[in-house]
Write a protein that binds this ligand. Structure first.
Ligand code: NDP
Length: 485
């Protein structure tokens, strides 16, 4: 199966593709060529209205089904996604510019994992019985209602699934707005869920920029908002959601430390740094962009890293031999280049890369900067591109203090052969998602999310259920009521 790059219409609402050409045109640009591959339209107020009404209606019908029946729909969608993995991955590559080598294993596949996992959990969601002497109580786990999901542009299929799978498992409906930069694949995921048996209106996708997101977040029909985006957008969306005291999940940015001790396995540490800085051309929130390397290993680390970077194959992302794609947009490339320039101006030493690549599309060289210090802009702000900063350190206490000296707390990693030290260090770093002798694994069975400015709530695992459901407590008196008069 192949998907046309131009979808049947811009939005997926109430179980079907719908168009409203009154909306501002949204060109979809292929990052590897800079050429327009499709044109969609931003959702008008009429589209948003229809999506929210449909979601409200479908949610009631969906919540009345048994959890097992809901789960069957999610697992069926997971199977369809796996069957169509190749076509969905090709579409994701056109949309995001990420190499097909990656999208074949990391995008639709991750969406299927989430739908399968939460499909399995759906039938197990229960409350509890509480005996209170002769009286007793019980709790009921109820859905929240209509959830709004808003996504970033780096993992569009994964983001819609990571939000929709737990939401739907708990009996909620979803209205999802993908990033205007990468709007294509979430339409297909919504279509597949409907094909798998989700009632019309249970999952809707509306296109548009921040203003469409804002309209959704502030609508009285909405009960929950889940955002994946930057800290700046998170502040705005969290504040807007607070007006209506809505539940939120915030998956925001990071400036995460990856700590490499002298005794680390050199190749594994370098491999971890590559996975934590260059996969998806560095456009990953949890990246370990501050690579602290203990002084004794520094030169060997830099030498080995430079050697391994010779394995970069930059080129047409649709060619499966390519392992390094372009940035998602010209704008993002400019942002990254300006950070590299700032880093060099502030004293960082360029080891490799640093330039835009002279070819069509938004390519940039994988870049390594050494002698980076804690006060440099590149060590403090999220870059969201293929820029690895190496910082030197000498002692464990020193590196823990410096690793924690950031407002963000999404991830952290440590490479060492001393497992006691590994767990001691991880115990002291302030981050939600941590790695020992690895980096950037995100299995659906483990909670994912950040502390400090990096977020609120957790995605994946049983922990996500808490964020897409609420408990009703019921007290049942078996004895007479003891009233004062
Ligand atoms: P943005 O914060 O720019 O945008 C995120 C989404 O929010 C987009 O769909 C955007 O719309 C929308 N949006 C923007 N303004 C508003 C508003 N006022 N109200 C409602 N919605 C709004 O992030 P990017 O798309 O640039 O993605 C990169 C960021 O996402 C990085 O900071 C990265 O760390 C973070 N991220 C976090 C992850 C996590 O799980 N913790 C995972 C992946 C990325 P549009 O862009 O279409 O205008």
């Amino acid at each position: 199966m192949n998907y046309d790059l131009q979808p049947p219409a811009s939005h997926f609402v109430d179980g079907e593709y719908v168009e409203d050409t009154e909306g501002t045109p949204l060109p979809v640009i292929h990052p590897a060529t800079g050429k327009t591959i499709a044109t969609l339209h931003e959702a008008t107020p009429a589209i948003i209205d229809r999506a929210l009404d449909a979601a409200r209606r479908a949610q009631v019908q969906w919540a009345a089904m048994t959890g097992a029946a809901r789960g069957r729909v999610l697992r069926c969608a997971a199977d369809i996604i796996r069957d169509r993995n190749h076509a969905l991955s090709v579409l994701e590559t056109w949309d995001t510019g990420k190499p097909l080598q990656e999208t074949l294993v990391a995008d639709a596949a991750s969406a299927a994992d989430a739908l399968e996992y939460f499909g399995g959990l759906a039938g197990t969601l229960t409350g509890e019985h509480v005996q209170l002497g002769e009286n007793w109580g019980y709790t009921v786990r109820e859905p929240l209602g209509v959830c709004v999901g808003i996504g970033a542009w780096n993992y569009p299929s994964q983001i819609i699934a990571w939000k929709s799978a737990p939401a739907l498992a708990c009996g909620n409906a979803m209205v999802f707005k993908p990033s205007e930069t990468t709007p294509l694949s979430s339409l297909r995921i919504a279509e597949i869920l409907t094909e798998a048996g989700a009632p019309a209106g249970l999952i809707n996708v509306v296109q548009g920029a921040g203003s469409v997101g804002h309209a959704l977040v502030t609508d009285p029909r909405v009960d929950k908002v889940s955002l994946t985006g930057s800290v700046g957008t998170g502040r705005k969306v969290y504040a807007a959601a607070a007006e209506g005291i809505r539940n939120v999940t915030m998956e925001l940015g990071g400036k995460s430390p990856l700590i490499v001790f002298d005794d680390a396995d050199l190749d594994n540490a370098v491999g971890g740094a590559i996975m934590g800085n260059f996969y998806s051309t560095g456009q990953i929130c949890s990246n370990g962009t501050r690579v602290f390397v203990q002084k004794g290993l520094k030169q060997a680390f830099l030498d080995r890293l430079a050697e391994r970077l010779k394995g970069v194959v930059m080129g047409d992302p649709l060619d499966e031999a390519t392992n390094f794609g372009p940035m998602v947009s010209e704008r993002q490339r400019e942002i990254v280049l300006s950070y590299i320039a700032k880093g060099r101006a502030e004293g960082a030493r360029l080891i490799t890369g640093g330039q835009a690549v002279d070819r069509d599309g938004f390519f940039i060289e994988p870049t390594v900067l050494a002698d980076v210090t804690d006060d440099m802009t590149i060590a403090r702000e999220e870059i969201f591109g293929p820029v690895l900063s190496v910082l030197d350190f000498e002692t464990e206490d020193e590196v823990i203090a410096r690793a924690n000296d950031t407002e963000m707390g999404l991830s952290a990693g440590v490479f060492t052969r001393d497992l006691a030290r590994a767990h001691r260090v991880i115990g002291k770093v302030k981050a939600g998602t941590c790695y020992v002798n690895s980096y950037n694994d995100a299995p659906v069975e483990l909670p994912f999310g950040g502390s400090k400015l990096s977020g609120v709530g957790r995605e994946n695992s049983k922990a996500a259920i808490e964020h897409y459901s609420q408990l009703k407590s019921v007290f049942v008196r078996m004895t007479d009521v003891d009233a004062p008069f």
